[in-house]
Design a protein around this ligand. Structure first.
Ligand code: PBG
Length: 328
């Protein structure tokens, strides 16, 4: 009979109902974590110029923003703090009246149903802007672990639901897990920034969190963008040390890494769609060069298709509301 191929792929693309039925990847509000920035003060929401639609909130306004997340059905937020003062050891990071600790208490009090994750790192709190203790002009690994443990315990005492270390010091997941367990927080999960690359895509975040390194860069602790096998070793180590959720960051230039982590380890994988990835879409959309909604949904779908179970993204509210250019 016909020599034409029997399988005609276009048959199942003919209309939206067929396309819905055969669609392999679904992006859902269930997958989203919305990052928020919190500062001292009262009744302030300052827009971050390189991240339109994202704000540095005072604690009271953070609570209002958190209520909006609940209304949109977003499961969780991850918090970043901007301290009142910075010093060489990042003291406010582990002060029980530090900005994150106050924010977590307020959120757990006013919006208990929102999952509150806290980023554990020192770079927002140190005057040199590095993620660890500096000795002899170097970021020292082991002395930093003690401070990260103090910070994690302080977040847990404030009521954090998930602890998310982002510093990339060796051994920190194990140290934090031990300390949480010894202090009665054995049920608090750790989401480890396991494969975190030394990326130029964090630029806008460093404006938002006021955390740019004052000298040098982060290449002696964050990963070289050229490496994949090393990412798998990092993930294996973090699993061994007790991490519950394994993160790859950034997301878009590292879809292959997300895919390999998901296929080689059957663990929950998070991907961080970082500030620079957000800013690029926003800037091009503001110029009328791309359709923001379609581009953002395509990018987020690609992150899920690569294997991420959850996505930390500044687009979370837009996705959940279906309204783009959200302003609050
Ligand atoms: C803290 C931290 C950073 C980000 C998350 N946690 C910045 C950095 O490592 O310099 C970046 C997030 C983003 O760009 O959206 N270490």
């Amino acid at each position: 009979m016909s020599t034409f191929p029997i399988y005609r792929p276009r048959r199942l693309r003919a209309n939206e109902n067929l396309r819905r039925l055969v669609r392999e990847t679904a992006l859902s509000v269930d997958d989203l974590i919305y990052p928020m920035f919190v500062v001292h003060g009262h009744n302030t929401a300052t827009e971050i110029s390189s991240m339109p639609g994202c704000y540095q909130y005072s604690v009271d306004r953070l609570v209002t923003a958190a209520k909006e997340l609940i209304a949109l059905g977003i499961p969780g937020t991850i918090l970043f703090g901007i301290p009142a003062a910075k010093d060489p050891l990042g003291t406010e990071a582990y002060a029980d009246d530090g900005i994150i600790q106050l924010a977590v208490q307020a959120l757990k009090d006013a919006v208990p149903d929102l999952l509150v994750m806290t980023d554990v790192c020192l770079c927002e709190y140190t005057d040199h802007g590095h993620c660890g203790v500096i000795e002899d002009s170097e970021v020292k690994n082991d002395p930093t672990l003690e401070l990260l443990v103090k910070e994690s315990l302080s977040h847990a005492r404030a009521g954090a639901d998930v602890i998310a270390p982002s510093d990339m010091m060796d051994g920190r997941v194990g140290a934090i897990r031990d300390a949480l367990d010894e202090n009665g927080y054995e049920n608090i999960p750790i989401m480890a920034y396991a494969a975190k690359y030394a990326s130029a895509f964090y630029g806008p975040f460093r404006e938002a969190a006021e955390s740019a390194p004052q000298f040098g860069d982060r290449r002696s602790y964050q990963m070289d963008p050229a490496n994949t096998e090393e990412a798998l070793r990092e993930v294996a180590l973090d699993i061994q040390e007790g991490a519950d959720i394994l993160m790859v960051k950034p997301a878009l230039s590292y879809l292959d890494v997300i895919h390999r982590v998901k296929t080689e380890f059957q663990v929950p994988v998070a991907a961080y769609n970082v500030s620079g990835e957000y800013a690029m879409v926003k800037a091009a959309a503001q110029n009328g060069w791309i359709d923001e909604e379609r581009v953002a949904l395509e990018l987020l779908t690609s992150i899920k298709r690569a294997g991420a179970d959850m996505i930390l993204t500044y687009f979370a509210k837009s996705v959940a509301s279906g309204q783009w250019s959200v302003t609050s």
